[in-house]
Design a protein around this ligand. Structure first.
Ligand SMILES: *Cc1c(COP(=O)(O)O)cnc(C)c1O
Length: 371
């Protein structure tokens, strides 16, 4: 972390800036992958879709060089990733959508998920001597992507008849792996054990499933959010309890502070009323930076202590209660999440999931990679 500047004199005003910054700690990302490699002895696919969950693909990929494969959602993401990881297996989680994408997948050696008949059709049309690894997706009860288990034998036969198809692996996805005791998960596990018996390699688990010890020891686990130090599980099972370290430290600065009297209203809609005289700070981060609009207050961290967010989130600013702090607060940096303020706790306060927070950071925020 850069040293805190004293911005309260004229000279340093030349260097004054809004200062809304995300520090991405690549050492922590490397460490988190190691944690998952300890927890899961099988192969680990690093899921880096959505610009590595908002952390920045370019920064993140070198720190994940020890993974067994990468996975992304779209062809654009896969092409960007290929530039950064020339030799890695790259899996397209939704497969390809058209012939152009199929050709790109062949040219760039992407693995494709197959979950719809039109994708089998695209493979059947391939007449170049290609070697495409296919992940046949089965819907085991989430009712999102995948063939019904009754269709599996037919789909396997169709894929096996295609010359361009090299290895066929099976894939399914948990709907509720973040819960500790889920009947839905138990049903899905039963279906997975049948998939396991079919003589193919397989991939079932995401971060929640690995943390909840649901992963099969020899499967290809697909770990996304956990690489960034985030646990999707409930309070008490956040990232740090597994030894994960936050990859993102999001900070912003107090750009103004003032004293208000009892009865004063703060922010849009006069949504917050001061019960007593108080000091408030205005912090330079809002929903256009990726701090979600909310009426459920969270807190920021100021000098290691929590300062509550009050009133509604604006496009560019939030207000915080700094009554219990020093009066010279303008220019001070606060932690929005990361560092000693778990992103999971902010998500819980806002009644959101941590995924939406990290993925939601916008281009307006400055990014720095730190080690
Ligand atoms: C995004 C995604 C994952 C990764 O999930 P996490 O909860 O971030 O670990 C795994 N599998 C599929 C199919 C996905 O779309």
């Amino acid at each position: 972390m850069p040293k805190q500047n004293n911005l309260n004199n004229h000279q340093s005003s030349l260097h004054r800036e809004r200062g809304t910054t995300a520090y991405i700690n690549t050492t922590h990302i490397r460490h988190n992958l190691n944690v998952f490699k300890q927890l899961h002895r099988g192969k680990v696919i690093a899921v880096v879709k959505a610009d590595a969950y908002g952390h920045g693909l370019t920064r993140v990929v070198p720190a994940l060089s020890a993974c067994d494969a990468f996975a992304v959602a779209t062809i654009e993401e896969a092409l960007e990733l290929r530039e950064l990881a020339a030799d890695k297996k790259i899996l397209l989680l939704e497969g390809v959508f058209n012939r152009y994408e199929m050709n790109k997948a062949i040219e760039q050696r992407f693995d494709v998920v197959v979950h719809q008949d039109y994708q089998i059709g695209l493979l059947q049309e391939v007449n170049s001597p290609a070697e495409i690894d296919v992940w046949l997706k089965i819907d085991t009860g989430m009712n999102r992507l995948g063939f019904d288990k009754n269709e599996l034998a037919d789909k396997l036969a169709e894929l096996k008849a295609i010359d361009a198809v090299a290895t066929i692996r099976l894939m399914s996805h948990f709907a509720s792996s973040d819960l500790l005791n889920s009947a839905q998960t138990q049903t899905q596990i039963q279906c997975n054990s049948w998939l396991k018996s079919l003589g193919h390699e397989y991939s079932f688990s995401n971060t929640g499933a690995v943390l909840n010890q649901l992963a099969e020891p020899d499967e290809w686990a697909r770990v996304g959010v956990g690489l960034f130090g985030i646990s999707p599980l409930a309070a008490g099972y956040w990232g740090h309890t597994y030894g994960l370290k936050p990859a993102m430290h999001l900070t912003a600065k107090i750009i103004s502070s003032k004293t208000i009297t009892a009865g004063a209203l703060v922010g849009y809609g006069g949504n917050f009323m001061a019960k007593h005289d108080m000091r408030i700070g205005i912090v330079g981060i809002g929903y256009a930076d990726g701090y979600p609009w909310s009426e459920h207050g969270s807190s920021v961290l100021l000098d290691g202590l929590k300062a509550p967010v009050i009133g509604r989130v604006s496009m560019d600013m939030i207000a915080i209660d700094i009554t219990n702090f020093d009066h010279q607060m303008t220019g001070k940096q606060v932690t929005i999440w990361g560092g000693d303020l778990p992103i999971e706790s902010v998500a819980e306060d806002l009644k959101l999931i941590p995924y939406t927070l990290s993925c939601g950071i916008t281009r307006r925020v400055k990014f720095y990679a730190i080690q």
